[in-house]
Design a protein around this ligand. Structure first.
Ligand SMILES: Cc1cc2nc3c(=O)[nH]c(=O)nc-3n(C[C@H](O)[C@H](O)[C@H](O)COP(=O)(O)OP(=O)(O)OC[C@H]3O[C@@H](n4cnc5c(N)ncnc54)[C@H](O)[C@@H]3O)c2cc1C
Length: 396
C-alpha cells in the first residue's frame, strides 16, 4: 500500500503530538514550522500553566519521551511555559523518530489543490483526486511541496485582537502600536523596566488579562509608583470562580480578578467602558475611554491589550473550509462547542466532539489545536490530544 503523505503546519504542542501519533499509524509525516518547535509557548514562557503536567502531556508523547531517557516532571505539578517547553516539548521534537521531519524556519504561506480552484468540484469526490500544494517561505527562497493530507495546527497566538469598539482598532491604535503589548508581558522579569514606576492601561477581561493584572499587582507591591488602569466593559464581576475548581491556579486568578474589578487590589484601578482613542504624546500616550456617563482621559506610559486572538484563515483561503461566522473556527466543531456549553461553562468539562466535528467540505484537510477553536479561548491541550486520537480513528 502507498504511504500517505501527511503535512502538519506548525510544530506547537499539538503539531508535535500529531506528528508522533501519525508516525505510529504509518503515515509519511512532514512538519513545517515557521520558527522553532514550541515557538509560541516560548513567548509565554514566564506564565504558569493552570493545568498540571498530567494534562499537558499525551499518553503516547509521555511514553516516547520517557523511552528516550528523559525523566518526566511530577504529574501533579504546574509548569511554567518555559518548563513545559524545556522538559517536554523540546525532548519531543528531538525524538529520533522525528529527526529530519520537522522543517524549522519554514513558513506556510498558503495551501491549495493542485488540480482544482476554490470553486471547483463542490461536494464532488473529484476534489480529493489530486494532492494539496503548500507554498513555503524559507531562508533560501520559496518552494512548493505536496501532501495527501494536511493538518493545520498553526495556533492563534500571532493574531491578537484590537482594542476599540466591537473589536475594531481604537482611533490612533495602529499609530501607537510600538507602545502596545498584545500578549502577557514578563512584568517581573525581562520586561520589568517598561512597567516599573509607570502607568499602564490594561484592556481585556479573560484569563490572559487577569494574569497580566496579577503580575502588575505584584510589581506594584514591590514598586508602589507602578499604576494600572484596568479597562473592563462593565462593572459585572468578570470571572466566575468555582469553589470546588480542581485547578487551584485558575480559582486563585478568578478570585483575584473579581477583587481587582471591585477596586479592592492595591495599584489596580478598574475603569468601565470602551477604548475610543489613543494618541501619542511627548512622553507616552493619552487614552480616551467612553464611559456610561461621559469620556475619561487617561495619561499613560504603555498599554497592554489582552483581548483574545483570531485564527489566520489566509492559509486555507483557496480551499473549501466552512468557517463559523462568530468564532471563525471550523463550522462543525464550532456548532458542537456551542451546543455543549452554550459558549460558556467550564472548559475542563468539555470533551472533543468526535471525527465528524473535524470534517470540513475540503476532504483531507483538518484544523486541530488552539486554531480549531477559532476566537473561542477555551481550548485545552487535553482536548487537542483527544482530537488527534479521534481524527486518526476516523481516517483509518
Ligand atoms: C498564556 C497562555 C497560557 C495557556 N495556558 C494553558 C494551560 O494552562 N493549559 C492548557 O491546556 N492550555 C493552555 N493554553 C492554551 C493552549 O493549550 C496553548 O495556546 C497551546 O500552545 C496551543 O497549542 P497549539 O499547538 O494548538 O498552537 P501553538 O502553541 O500556538 O503553536 C502553533 C505553532 O505554529 C507555528 N506557526 C504559526 N503560523 C505558521 C505558519 N504560517 N507556518 C508554519 N508554522 C506556523 C508557530 O510558530 C507555533 O510553533 C494557554 C495559552 C496561552 C496563550
Amino acid at each position: 500500500m502507498v504511504q500517505q503523505r501527511l503535512a502538519i503546519l506548525g510544530a506547537g504542542p499539538i503539531g508535535l503530538e500529531t506528528a508522533l501519533y501519525a508516525l505510529g499509524k504509518g503515515y509519511e509525516v512532514q512538519v513545517y514550522e515557521r520558527d522553532m518547535p514550541g515557538a509560541h509557548v516560548a513567548r509565554w514562557g514566564h506564565v504558569r500553566l493552570f493545568s498540571p503536567w498530567e494534562m499537558n502531556r499525551s499518553p503516547w508523547g509521555e511514553r516516547a519521551v520517557r523511552e528516550a531517557g528523559h525523566e518526566l516532571a511530577d504529574a501533579e505539578a504546574f509548569p511554567t511555559g518555559r518548563e513545559y517547553l524545556d522538559r517536554y516539548l523540546l525532548p519531543l521534537a528531538r525524538l529520533e523518530r522525528l529527526r529530519g521531519r520537522i522543517h524549522e524556519g519554514s513558513k506556510v504561506v498558503g495551501v491549495s489543490r493542485r488540480h482544482a480552484l476554490k470553486g471547483h468540484y463542490i461536494g464532488d469526490e473529484k476534489r480529493a483526486e489530486g494532492p494539496f500544494v503548500l507554498l513555503l517561505d524559507e531562508a533560501d527562497g520559496e518552494r512548493y511541496v505536496e501532501a495527501d493530507i494536511v493538518i493545520d495546527t498553526t495556533g492563534v497566538y500571532d493574531q491578537p485582537g484590537h482594542l476599540g469598539p466591537g473589536g475594531l482598532p481604537a482611533l490612533g491604535e495602529r499609530a501607537a502600536d510600538r507602545l502596545i503589548e498584545r500578549h502577557i508581558p514578563d512584568v517581573l522579569g525581562t520586561d520589568r523596566a517598561q512597567y516599573e514606576g509607570k502607568t499602564t492601561l490594561l484592556v481585556g477581561n479573560g484569563y490572559s488579562a487577569v494574569t497580566s493584572a496579577h503580575l502588575l499587582a505584584k510589581l506594584h507591591a514591590d514598586a508602589p509608583e507602578t499604576h494600572v488602569h484596568w479597562l473592563l466593559l462593565d462593572d459585572a464581576p468578570p470571572y466566575a470562580p468555582m469553589a470546588d475548581d480542581p485547578l487551584p491556579e485558575r480559582l486563585a486568578l478568578a478570585t483575584f480578578g473579581n477583587d481587582a474589578a471591585r477596586g479592592q487590589v492595591d495599584g489596580i484601578a478598574p475603569v468601565f467602558g470602551q477604548l475610543q482613542r489613543l494618541e501619542l504624546s511627548n512622553d507616552g500616550l493619552v487614552a480616551d475611554v467612553d464611559l456610561v456617563d461621559g469620556t475619561r482621559t487617561l495619561e499613560l506610559d504603555r498599554v497592554i491589550g489582552n483581548v483574545g486572538y483570531k485564527p489566520d484563515a489566509s492559509l486555507y483561503r483557496e480551499l473549501q473550509i466552512h468557517q463559523c461566522y462568530a468564532s471563525e473556527g471550523p463550522m462543525k466543531l464550532a456548532a458542537y462547542l456551542l451546543s455543549q456549553s452554550g459558549g460558556g461553562g467550564d472548559c475542563l468539562a468539555q470533551t472533543s466532539g468526535g471525527f465528524e466535528t473535524l470534517v470540513s467540505p475540503e476532504p483531507d484537510f483538518y484544523i486541530l489545536g488552539a486554531k480549531s477553536y477559532g476566537r473561542n479561548s477555551d481550548f485545552l491541550l487535553k482536548l487537542g490530544f483527544e482530537q488527534i486520537e479521534e481524527l486518526f480513528a476516523g481516517l483509518q
